[in-house]
Design a protein around this ligand. Structure first.
Ligand code: ACO
Length: 332
């Protein structure tokens, strides 16, 4: 059986920077409140009619393919994690296939919110392991900014989220070679309503949509999310370590889903990891859900914080609730 390894990575964020100060009047919030509660200083918001989830995913994918020293035609499957596809249907994978100019390869959309990238990586890993595909694009891409309640009513949620995309190329390697060591996926639907957007969906009245209906904006029970996140993050990181016979000290870099800097700091202390072994970039991008882990991975690699041979742990928690982790031996 084959193994899989990450051989290239790239990211794309929209140029539009939105600082906390820009939200103060719009949402009756303050830079101090946002920074104190979330660590976020600014985020990127896509410009309507310019960047799309597909266009950012394509840009990130081209960078990842070039970083892998490959050509677009080498890609034989696409797995894209997003909770904000450009259309209600179809999923965004098909537009990525088309805009990349790929042949008629399969394109799979994954809907697992903040855990989406790890679910996507795990799915791609299985396809590589069975020998079905050799080089898979695994993408996380989101545009949240068009669907946020940008009034004071939505401030507890809307200050947190940002837009962006990142991609990796996952390739087959021989069984003895280390790459993706394991993936671990979980869910608990009992908490669906703690973090969700109800509409459009089958449990909200059918069209026409009432303008400003709160059901069509994200809802979050912030305290419940915080409480569950800190427990599940530690649990799922320990699960990955145990599955591979590793200790916390073996981790060279932990990339937690960039939910909230306070959650990342809590995990770092709970896991007894030194600060320099946890990478965060939520300060610059806010929470980009499925894009957050590959975006952080990409920047960590770019900044030389992750090097060949490093043991990298990625972990996520989010809406569903879902949570997941993976241990990866970095290959370049
Ligand atoms: N600006 C100013 N005031 C605000 C804002 C805001 N943006 N949002 C809420 N408030 C006010 C509230 O109205 C409330 O005021 P009141 O006391 O006069 O009623 C006060 O701040 C406290 O509100 P809470 O909702 O209780 O705020 P809390 O202290 O719980 O902080 C937060 C909210 C930051 C969301 C916190 O619960 C948290 O960190 N939760 C973790 C969830 C999270 O980070 N999720 C990220 C996305 S989900 C994911 O990726 C897994």
């Amino acid at each position: 059986m084959k193994n899989s390894k990450i051989v290239g990575i790239g990211h794309c964020v929209p140029p539009g920077i939105v600082k906390n100060a820009d939200l103060e009047e719009m949402m009756n919030t303050s830079d101090a409140w946002i920074q104190e509660r979330t660590g976020i200083k600014e985020r990127r918001w896509a410009k309507f009619g310019e960047e799309t989830v597909a266009s950012m995913a394509v840009d990130a994918s081209k960078k990842a393919i070039a970083n892998a020293g490959m050509e677009v035609k080498d890609i034989d499957f696409i797995v894209v994690a997003t909770m904000s596809p450009d259309y209600q249907f179809p999923g965004v994978g098909t537009q990525i296939q088309d805009q990349l100019g790929l042949g008629y390869v399969g394109a799979l959309d994954i809907r697992n919110q903040c855990s989406g990238f790890i679910y996507a990586l795990s799915t791609a890993d299985q396809f590589v392991k069975t020998g079905m595909y050799k080089n898979i694009l695994v993408i996380g891409a989101e545009i949240h900014s068009h669907r946020l309640d940008k009034t004071p009513r939505g401030r507890a949620v809307s200050v947190i989220f940002g837009d962006g995309a990142a991609a990796v190329v996952l390739s087959a390697c021989d069984e003895g070679e280390e790459g993706v060591l394991s993936t671990h996926l979980h869910s608990d639907g009992a908490y669906t309503e703690e973090l969700m957007a109800k509409g459009p969906g089958n449990l909200v009245p059918p069209l026409p949509v009432i303008p400003n209906d709160p059901d069509f904006f994200p809802h979050m029970n912030g305290r419940a999310v915080f409480k569950h996140a800190v427990i599940r993050f530690s649990e799922v990181i320990n699960e990955a370590l145990k599955a591979n016979g590793k200790q916390v000290e073996d981790i060279d870099m932990l990339i937690p889903h960039q939910a909230n800097l306070r959650i990342s700091q809590f995990i770092q202390r709970a896991m007894d990891l030194p600060e320099e072994k946890v990478f965060n970039n939520i300060m610059k991008y806010g929470n980009t859900t499925a894009a957050s882990i590959p975006l952080a991975l990409s920047e960590a690699v770019e900044e030389g914080r992750i090097k060949k041979g490093d043991l990298v742990c990625i972990a996520a928690f989010g809406s569903g609730f879902t949570w997941a982790s993976s241990l990866i031996r970095w290959n370049f």
